[in-house]
Design a protein around this ligand. Structure first.
Ligand code: NAD
Length: 498
């Protein structure tokens, strides 16, 4: 059985082998709950990226020519390996990025679901046939792979997000160079090891670890046909500008400022349970985390009280400890960012109802912990109402009516997810219709996605693509229309008409 923890450290995976990087710069992987050093991984240079892209380009012709059902068989085996190694991989991910074990199990489960779902596409990858406007002429269209795909991912879902990109890219017949977040290189190496153990031929999947410079070298490499990026909006827009200048395709999943509406008639117990999970699950570091709660007047006080009551009882600690409800932030700089925003909120006039500080719990000093924080009296113009914080901080905002609540939800640059709590079907349906996000929930928080539905956001969250669902196939393929004229004479479309 593959020993995940025995995956060689300090190496990239290129052309079917674990190889030393060209230079000697290394990233250090640190457990954010304890400060323990877990290991090292290459901080790869442009030369390493070049090596990986060349290997992927060399592997492409024969991978592309491999029938899609055969490609998928390898991916089914990969899903089975993920099932077998779920616990080991989840533990590694918890140690590397801090979220609690039940959540990293969910992270790996999402990769399993995605891999089974998309491997099934190996026997479909449907195009379509259609009548031609000419006699004795066949017309149909098929999906074509693009070539070498560069995959750039964040740290918050160190297994699931890479799977959303790598697995569909591969089933569609592309080869891949994977550049994971610098915070989670060991989880990325373990995930890569499992995929290649399933039988991917050399060069089909390559891993180069590193930080922003490594990512930039991948984006700028002339051998790349597509960059599939998930991360912050600032970086995503830079990546897009560089790709577009060279005519390279790019798909972007970026920041969010997700909001939940709670109307006066809502089930407030349900809303409080769901919003505690949405705001503080994964320490608020989910792309779909709830960072604004928009409440109508009669529900306001109760929502804040019930939420504070639940959040106060969350136990902070090491995510491997089954008693822990909320882990640390991923890094010192991420905690600094959260502290800065809470300070900004205070200066802007918001009231700190709960938290607003590091927890004073013995034993947590070495980790990057921050208390669950509720800001009340947040108004739409405040920076804490507009900018992504990406931590355990939620702002409560007042709305006089459903109309005003929807306006507040839509009044930010982002558009990933939103939700509404109400028993009124008219209000729920109006919210579903009028909210301008890629995902809308009714009587559920803003988090949670199933792999067989499209996932992604509008406006500054994305650039029109969707991951998940069958829609993801549009990211990793392009269409070829085929016309076969068997009339034996010249037939001119649009011109030869009676
Ligand atoms: P980030 O933008 O700092 O980094 C994302 C990735 O881009 C990392 O691998 C990083 O090394 C790389 N990178 C950084 N600079 C680069 C450059 N100039 N060229 C190429 N690559 C570069 O984001 P992060 O801190 O890792 O993750 C948090 C962000 O990700 C949040 O904004 C969150 O909302 C977003 N996110 C979005 C989704 C979604 O589906 N919409 C999902 C998860 C996370």
């Amino acid at each position: 059985m593959l020993e995940l923890l025995a995956v060689p450290q300090g190496r990239n995976y290129i052309a079917g082998r674990w190889v030393d990087p060209v230079g000697d710069r290394m990233l250090t992987s640190v457990n954010p709950a304890t400060g323990e050093v877990l290991g090292v991984a290459p901080d790869s240079s442009a030369a390493d990226v070049d090596r990986a892209v060349r290997a992927a380009a060399e592997a492409w012709p024969s991978w592309r020519a491999t029938p899609a059902p055969r490609r998928a068989e390898i991916l089914f085996r990969a899903a089975e390996l993920l099932v077998r190694h779920k616990e080991e991989l989840a533990r590694l991910a918890t140690r590397e990025m801090g979220k609690i074990l039940t959540e990293t199990r969910g992270d790996v489960q999402e990769a399993i679901d995605m891999t089974y779902f998309i491997a099934g596409e190996g026997r479909r990858l449907h195009g379509y046939t259609t009548p031609s406007e000419m006699p004795r002429k066949a017309a149909y269209c098929v999906r074509q792979p693009l070539g070498v795909v560069g995959v750039i991912t964040p740290w918050n879902f160190p297994v699931a997000i890479p799977s959303w990109k790598i697995v569909p890219a591969l089933v569609c017949g592309n080869t891949v160079v994977f550049k994971p977040a610098p915070e989670t290189p060991l989880s990325a190496a373990a995930f890569t090891a499992l995929l290649v153990e399933a039988g991917l031929p050399p060069g089909v999947l390559n891993l180069v670890t590193g930080g922003d410079e490594t990512g930039a070298a991948l984006v700028d490499h002339p051998g790349i046909a597509l960059i599939s990026f998930t991360g912050s909006t600032d970086v995503g827009l830079q990546v897009a500008a560089r790709c577009q200048a060279r005519g390279v395709r790019v798909s972007l999943e970026m920041g969010g400022k997700n909001a939940a509406i709670v109307l006066d008639d809502a089930d407030l117990e349900l809303a409080a349970d769901a919003l505690t999970w949405s705001a503080f699950g994964t320490t608020g570091q989910r792309c779909t985390a709830c960072s604004r709660i928009v409440v109508t007047p009669r529900a306001h006080r109760e929502v804040v009280e019930r939420l504070a009551d639940r959040a106060r009882r969350l136990r902070l600690g090491d995510g491997l400890d089954p008693a822990t409800d909320m882990g640390p932030l991923v890094s010192a700089s991420q905690r600094q960012r959260v502290e800065t925003y809470v300070e900004i909120g205070r200066r802007e006039g918001a009231t700190v109802v709960l938290g607003g500080e590091r927890p004073r719990v013995p034993g947590l000093e070495r980790g990057f912990f921050y208390a669950p924080t509720i800001l009340d009296g947040v108004t739409p113009g405040m920076r804490v109402a507009q900018e992504e914080i990406f931590g355990p901080v939620v702002g409560v905002m007042d709305a006089a009516s459903l109309e005003e609540a929807i306006e507040i939800v839509n009044g930010v640059r982002y558009g990933l997810s939103a939700s509404i709590f109400t028993r009124d079907v008219f209000a729920a349906m109006r919210a579903v219709e009028e909210i301008r996000t890629g995902i809308v929930y009714v009587n559920h928080g803003t988090t949670g996605a199933e792999v067989h539905l499209p996932f992604g956001g509008t406006r500054a969250t994305g650039n029109g693509h969707r991951e998940g669902g069958l829609q993801v196939l549009d990211v990793f393929t392009e269409w070829k229309s085929v016309y076969i004229d068997y009339s034996g004479r010249l037939q001119r479309a649009q011109i030869d008409r009676d």
